[in-house]
Design a protein around this ligand. Structure first.
Ligand code: NAD
Length: 251
């Protein structure tokens, strides 16, 4: 079980949902964990859960859209644990829902800043550290919306397509540096983010369920399992890949 003993894993958006589930999965596999999020209460709660699973854990309050904060996050992680073996760049927001011609510019900027620029900034400073230490694995959280369109969330769709592009570009640039870079494409996973899409409307939730060929929403742990595998030696020849964790939706 302890396949990641003495490894260090960093997860952005680790205060909730897929991020928290992945932090706990890393902890269960023996890794030390660094939780980054804007949500201090949720981040500290994740750290407490990780420590309860008997691992060292650190919370660093971070807005991933701010370069100085991301740089400080990486520095804090290295100061505390000496290295970063795995990074899940996962912090993201849904943004407003509106047709493209009516989409508010402010929401566009926020979604792109967090979901796309935030992933680039995290990769930039993680890669600098991974190059120094001689390797590492990066996983970015894209979405099925990184491969197919969806009405009413153009900024989100564009940001998640962008994450796939960043993943492929980085995979090629660092393939000979012992650094693998992949993306997961979750389908609808039951997290607080989904509640912002449905607005608590049961009919919309039912539509989400029906859109999943498997006939149910995914669990955060199911997305986390894919991240764990991508970070493991079992995925040693996998880089630049997009792994759908979507109950068959993209099929
Ligand atoms: P969530 O809302 O439960 O978690 C997202 C976390 O990101 C929150 O803790 C939030 O505080 C944090 N965050 C938001 N903005 C931030 C910022 N600027 N800096 C640092 N942290 C920030 O949502 P989730 O469903 O777990 O989503 C995680 C990722 O998975 C997102 O990138 C999302 O787009 C993606 N995703 C989710 C689904 C799904 O169905 N839940 C599907 C596909 C992709």
């Amino acid at each position: 079980m302890a396949q990641f003993m003495s490894k260090v894993a960093l997860v952005t958006g680790g205060a909730s949902g897929i991020g928290r589930a992945t932090v706990l999965a890393f902890a269960q596999h023996g890794a030390k964990v660094v939780v980054a999020d804007m949500d201090e209460a949720g981040g500290n709660e994740t750290v407490a859960l990780a420590r309860a699973a008997n691992t060292d854990a650190l919370f660093v309050r971070t807005d991933v859209s701010q370069a100085a904060q991301v740089q400080a996050l990486i520095a804090a992680a290295v100061e505390q644990f000496g290295r970063i073996d795995f990074a899940l760049n996962n912090a993201g927001i849904a943004g407003n829902q509106a047709l493209l011609a009516d989409y508010p510019e402010e929401s566009w900027d926020r979604v792109i800043d967090i979901n796309l620029k935030g992933v680039w900034l995290c990769m930039k400073y993680e890669l600098q550290q991974m190059l120094k230490q001689g390797g590492g694995v990066i996983v970015n959280t894209s979405s099925t919306a990184g491969q197919s369109g969806s009405r009413g969330v153009a900024a989100y769709v564009a940001s998640k397509h962008g994450v796939v592009g960043l993943t492929k570009a980085a995979a090629l640039e660092y393939a000979r540096k012992n650094i693998r870079v992949n993306a997961i494409l979750p389908g609808t996973i039951h997290t607080p983010l989904i509640d912002t899409f449905t607005g608590g409307d049961d009919r919309i939730m039912q539509q989400f369920v029906e859109a999943e060929p498997i006939g149910r929403l995914g669990r955060p742990e199911e997305a986390a399992n894919a991240v764990i595998w991508l970070c493991s030696d079992g995925a040693s020849f996998v880089t630049g890949a997009t792994l759908a964790v979507d109950g068959g939706r993209l099929a």
